[in-house]
Ligand binder design. Structure first.
Ligand SMILES: Cc1ncc(COP(=O)(O)O)c(C=O)c1O
Length: 367
């Protein structure tokens, strides 16, 4: 078969080990998955209740316009109904953007390391990928981005806060950057973790959309809303941008249950607020722990931390796995010497830090 040349060297997405697999492999009683930045508190109890009573007509296609969810979400955001596009997770929106804008005659600019799906999709499209190394503190090098742009640049990807470092770009720096990007380039601000941000001075980027019609925001119900299994993400942007992306979208890309559940989840802002606070408390514990052990930890505004390990990242991940914690090795994320850990509940964090202590004592504790 004549496969696209671009597929050479691309590896399919390899999911991490499941809880069941690790439980079996190591004969453990309890395994905690802290590898995919899911919400340790689940979703709002009101959402779970509504699931039992949701009147879904199984034989009817979903609402391809997501009318009910669209109406509630756009009212909450204070934007036009035509300013939103729904995707099967924000993953699908990344694919839609790529399909609509990237090809062999274009280039695309992104940080490294960052969320790998931008490069993955761009590779398949045959676009040139221009990666701008993060600064030592994990911040995006926005000057470097501006230097990397030329007349063939079609899309810029900014993961804010960034996965895997967790850093948030200060709002003034972001706004100044947006003002310097040529208006014919689409700037994607991927805000998958935005609900977790506590940084003082953070300005909601929805407010930038009027001033910068070439900016699009990606958000998701997978993280703070605790609905990763339903695959609902969305983009907010100028109606003209959304309209072009809509040409590429499959007609029924979200299923009926996902749409109904996401709509219900929007009613429970108190749950999100509570998760944000609980997450912040546990995030502070990681920071304190890292400081105490003199291990580097990037400033995170998300529900995960990238923390230095006293040995090789794969080795550290394996040792934590043996103790019942699934984390992501930095070797797979472009951050060797670190692991990425999803911030769990208070109890999970206490147990995790104990497991990390064992690792630290056996590998790295200075005498
Ligand atoms: C930065 C970022 N963007 C997008 C996604 C995709 O999220 P989803 O497709 O579940 O909405 C993730 C998932 O981990 C992520 O970390």
């Amino acid at each position: 078969m004549n496969w696209k040349k671009a597929l050479d060297g691309i590896t399919p997405y390899k999911p991490g080990r499941s809880i069941e697999e690790v439980t079996r492999m190591y004969g453990l009683k309890e395994v905690v998955k802290l590898a995919s930045n899911e919400n340790p508190y689940g979703c709002a109890p009101s959402v779970k209740e509504s699931l039992a009573s949701a009147a879904i007509q199984h034989e009817i296609y979903p609402d391809g316009y997501a009318s009910a969810l669209r109406s509630k979400l756009t009212q909450k955001l204070g934007v036009d109904e035509e300013a939103v596009l729904f995707g099967n997770g924000s993953d699908e929106i990344i694919m839609i953007i790529t399909r609509a804008l990237l090809g062999t005659d274009t280039n695309t600019v992104m940080a490294t390391p960052t969320f790998p799906q931008y490069a993955h999709n761009a590779k398949i499209a045959g676009a040139e990928i221009r990666e701008v190394t993060l600064k030592d503190n994990g911040q995006h090098d926005l000057e470097g981005f501006l230097k990397a742009i030329d007349s063939e640049t079609a899309v810029i990807w900014i993961c804010n806060p960034n996965n895997p470092t967790g850093n948030l770009i200060p709002s003034d720096a972001l706004e100044a950057f947006l003002g310097q990007v040529p208006p014919n380039i689409l700037v994607v601000l991927d805000e998958a973790y935005i609900e977790y941000v506590m940084a003082p001075g953070y300005i909601d980027s929805v407010t930038y959309l009027e001033q910068f019609p070439n900016v699009i925001l990606l958000r998701t119900f997978s993280k703070a809303y605790g609905l990763a299994s339903y695959r609902v993400g969305y983009a907010i942007g100028h109606p003209a941008v959304i309209s072009n992306l809509n040409k590429v979208r499959n007609p029924f890309n979200n299923n009926s249950i996902g749409l109904a559940i996401a709509e219900k989840a929007l009613d429970d802002e108190a749950f999100i607020e509570q998760c944000r606070k609980l997450n912040h408390e546990q995030r502070k514990r990681f920071k304190h722990y890292a400081d105490e052990k003199k291990l580097h930890l990037f400033d995170s505004e998300t529900n995960f931390v990238l923390i230095e390990v006293p040995n090789d990242s794969d080795d550290a991940s394996e040792k934590l796995l043996q103790q019942g914690f699934i984390v992501r090795s930095g070797n797979a994320l472009g951050t060797p010497g670190y692991i990425r850990v999803t911030i769990g509940s208070e109890e999970q964090t206490s147990k995790f830090l104990k497991a990390f202590d064992t690792l630290w004592q056996s590998e790295g504790s200075p005498v």
